[in-house]
Design a protein around this ligand. Structure first.
Ligand code: PEP
Ligand code: MN
Length: 338
């Protein structure tokens, strides 16, 4: 990491970046409120680093000893903010709720779910078009048709849309319809997919692998950041534990721990952790209290007929109750649901 002096000029920053590139290294620039920090990635030598430290405008060169330099708070001390169309903001002062069905099943199902969540003030619609199902015999999603429905319903109601991308070769297609790309738990360490997500101009919501440590997760995020896409948010969705009565165990501690390690926005998905609709509100509120920057919630107009994850999906009434509770908890911790 190269910390520029507070008085360093743009010209000096440009000269340092050019020198970094001439050494065959790459530089990510964070222009902070106080000063500019350059994250240098590559296999640099000790003498190269010493030489960079002598350039005009450089205050100091800091070796970052952990494995996620660009994700770390050292590189970007201020909380990072992702702006989505329609004024939705992830990582800002508000807590952003993203909600909708697990899977896009039909235009009418999606429309009903979208109206229910928009009616609660939600600005981001979720819905899976490509579904990573455990069983190859389960509903796999509507694919391209689902993406089109998502975009049409989102545009109709003025909602941004988030949807999962499963494969590197689908990234461009999905980016053509979605405002936020979701990488699912099962793909957190699909490095080719992460690299492909770095190539498009769309923010990425990276879910935690169900057995991933926080450092493994941040290194996965690092693949996207190092590839040149600095718009990454993390989503805790529960980890495998020895407890069979819930689908996963929500690691609520990950929220404050991540907040120290990284300035990337941290979202919590209480639906996949709980596995049952009865528990979604309680752990969703706990996430807001713990400092999450957003919630990702599954809502279905008629959960008993859902083609995937019906047991954990909230109906519109239960979702309204979650939102009511979340508003109170957010206020209690000095934030607002957006
Ligand atoms: C989903 O959001 O529908 C999903 C498949 O989630 P996860 O990757 O967390 O299992
Ligand atoms: Mn789901």
């Amino acid at each position: 990491m190269i910390v520029m002096a507070a008085h360093a000029t743009q010209e000096q920053v440009r000269a340092v970046v050019a020198r970094i590139q001439s050494l065959g290294l790459s530089a990510q620039v964070n222009r902070g409120a106080e000063r500019t920090v350059l994250g240098v990635v590559g296999h640099e030598s000790e003498s190269d680093l010493d030489a960079l430290g002598l350039l005009d405008g450089v205050e100091r060169v800091v070796r970052v000893l952990h494995d996620y330099p660009l994700a770390s708070r050292d590189f970007h001390p201020e909380d990072r903010v992702i702006n989505l169309p329609g004024g939705a903001q992830l990582g800002g002062p508000g807590v952003l709720v993203m909600a909708g069905p697990c899977a896009v099943e039909s235009r009418s199902q999606l429309q009903a779910a979208a109206e229910a969540v928009a009616g609660q003030g939600v600005k981001v619609l979720r819905g899976g078009a490509f579904k990573p199902r455990t069983s190859p015999y389960a509903f796999q999603g509507l694919g391209g048709d689902g993406l089109k429905m998502l975009r049409a319903v989102g545009d109709d109601l003025g909602l941004a849309v988030v949807t999962e991308v499963l494969a590197p070769e689908d990234v461009e297609l999905v980016a053509g319809y979605a405002d936020l790309l979701q990488v699912g738990a099962r793909n957190m360490q699909n490095y080719r997919l992460l690299q492909a997500c770095a190539q498009v101009d769309r923010p990425v919501l990276l879910k935690r692998g169900m057995s991933a440590t926080l450092e493994e997760w941040l290194q996965a995020a690092e693949y996207i950041l190092a590839g040149g896409n600095l718009q990454v948010a993390l989503c805790e969705r529960g980890i495998r534990s020895f407890e069979p009565l819930v689908r996963f165990s929500l690691d609520i501690t990950s929220v404050p721990v991540l907040k120290r390690m990284t300035s990337l926005p941290v979202v919590v998905d209480p639906s996949h952790a709980a596995g049952r609709y009865e528990y979604v509100k309680a752990i969703g509120l706990a996430a807001v209290a713990a400092g999450a920057d957003g919630l990702l919630v599954e809502v279905h107009p008629n959960p008993s007929e859902a083609l995937s994850d019906g047991a954990q999906s909230l109906n519109p009434k239960a979702f309204a109750e979650l939102m009511g509770g979340a508003r109170k908890v957010a206020e209690a911790v000095g934030r607002q649901i957006t």
